[in-house]
Design a protein around this ligand. Structure first.
Ligand code: ZN
Ligand code: MN
Length: 479
């Protein structure tokens, strides 16, 4: 019997918080600053004699995350010094949290959360051929660190998918709470995965840490690659070749590579930060109120959209991930107040509107009123689906704000249900296409569709296809 291998994944995710100022000083927190060393001051540059001051907004942001994840908010919490020496940390220690994190427990997208704490980000090292430069703009920016419990999966594929899905869900929550942009490409959210494979669910295998994952795709691919690499070593009896180390992800080669073998475990000599006060969060924050004021979270929105509107899961995901389309859809749904029409509206948004760009800008939407009018015109058979799509394009771009009914009337695009009006066009097309008519009369029934297409085109898309087909069949059936 083939042996089974169980992958285990634990995650550490860092996310830069979106605050006006840094964690312990009044420097601007601006991730888009391109000039180096602009947002710096004696505090974040570690000049002697300076003292840190806690950014309350950053604490509040982590509490919101904790509440959204269903974790426990600490009654008592404090900051600690994590001591190490490196050019990106001018104090010689990072202010972080050790024994008393702000949040303990909670869960998200199939992972249990161990803790969420707050610390300061390090500066950015830029390496050149023979020298390195340090940019301190990022140094001291509030950084949230979330740690998950190790999670054991059935196979590598599920492990990789579940992990990248977790990262996506976390990003959504940070967006919905408005606490972080969490853009992975920009390093605002950084995922590290602790990966091991075991032949026995009860004993964990040797752990490898994979870093440099700067997209959801690379999270998935790197984990799959690393699990396959480890499993293959185990299958070939080379389990001892799996060593505890840090590995990076090479996007070009689509491979993980060894960055450094684990030296004897770091001793950071954590101790409580003496320059900052201890905190009693339950006294400072009204947690009940904060909880009741949390925005609707993705998981709640999914359920509501499914129950209230009955739209497809993949369409719901479009709204979950794009707040512009989402806000637009919600306004439309409220005005329409009709399940069938709301479904039609959603189809226009997710199939057609999504492809419309104005000046290269994504997620452009028309005026709500005009769009509602368009949905009503289509639902009541006053315009055809092709005309509706055409009008949608117009009212989203150069005819923005205009009434679709007015445009359709002017351009003579209203659906022609009037048989007399359609008949003229049908007769014209029959007369112009004797060969197709002959083919049809010879028994090739499908040929009729080419005539239908020509008639609808001739009517600028306004002829009702059902009426056209019936009329054609009647006319061509005559001896
Ligand atoms: Zn500063
Ligand atoms: Mn950290």
């Amino acid at each position: 019997m083939e042996k089974k291998y169980y992958p285990t994944i634990g995650l550490e995710v860092h996310a830069e918080l979106k605050t006006n100022t840094k964690m312990f000083c009044s420097c601007k927190n601006n991730p888009d600053e391109e000039k180096p060393n602009i947002n710096v001051c004696p505090v974040c540059m570690a000049h002697p004699g300076t003292l840190p001051v806690i950014n309350k907004k950053a604490i509040e942001s982590v509490i919101k995350v904790g509440l959204a994840l269903g974790g426990d908010i600490a009654d008592f919490t404090e900051f600690d010094r994590k001591n190490y020496f490196y050019p990106d940390i001018p104090k010689g220690y990072q202010i972080s949290q050790y024994k008393y994190p702000i949040v303990s427990g909670g869960s998200l997208a199939n992972f249990d959360i161990t803790r969420v704490h707050l610390e300061e980000d390090t500066a950015n090292n830029k390496h050149f051929d023979s020298y390195s430069l340090v940019d301190f703009n990022r140094g001291g920016v509030p950084l949230m660190e979330l740690v998950t419990e190790p999670n054991t999966f059935d196979n590598a594929e599920i492990a990789a998918k579940t992990t990248s899905n977790f990262a996506k869900e976390l990003q959504l929550i940070l967006w919905y709470l408005g606490v972080s942009e969490a853009n992975m490409e920009k390093g605002e959210m950084r995922v590290e995965a602790n990966i091991s494979v075991s032949e026995n669910q009860k004993v964990l295998g040797t752990k490898v840490e994979v870093k440099n994952l700067n997209s959801f795709k690379s999270v998935e691919k790197a984990i799959k690659f690393e699990l396959d690499r480890m499993t293959e070593l185990l299958e070939n009896g080379k389990g001892e070749d799996i060593v505890q180390e840090t590995r990076g992800w090479d996007e070009a080669k689509q491979k993980t590579f060894s960055q450094r073998k684990k030296e004897s475990s770091h001793d950071y000599r954590y101790f409580p930060e003496p320059d900052l006060p201890k905190m009693k969060l339950h006294e400072v924050f009204d947690l009940e109120k904060m909880k009741s004021e949390l925005p609707e979270l993705p998981v709640e929105k999914r359920t509501r959209y499914k129950n209230d509107f009955g739209i497809k899961d993949e369409d719901i995901e479009i709204y979950i991930n794009d707040l512009i389309y989402d806000a637009f859809f919600e306004k439309v749904a409220i005005i329409l107040n009709n399940k069938e029409k709301t479904k039609i509206a959603s189809n226009f948004i997710t199939n057609d509107l999504i492809g419309i760009k104005e000046f290269g800008v994504n997620s452009v939407v028309p005026e709500v009123e005009g769009f509602v009018e368009l949905v009503n015109l289509f639902s009541e058979n006053i315009i055809s689906s092709n005309v509706a799509k055409h009008l949608l394009q117009l009212i989203t771009t150069r005819e923005k704000g205009n009434s679709p009914l007015k445009i359709a009337t002017e351009k003579n695009l209203l659906q022609k249900n009037n048989e007399g009006e359609i008949k003229g066009i049908v007769e014209k097309i029959i007369a112009e296409n004797p060969e197709v008519v002959a083919t049809y009369k010879a028994g090739k029934e499908n040929a009729i569709m080419s005539l239908v297409g020509k008639i609808i085109k001739e009517s600028n898309g306004s002829a009702n296809p059902q009426i056209v087909i019936k009329m054609l069949k009647d006319l061509l059936a005559r001896p």
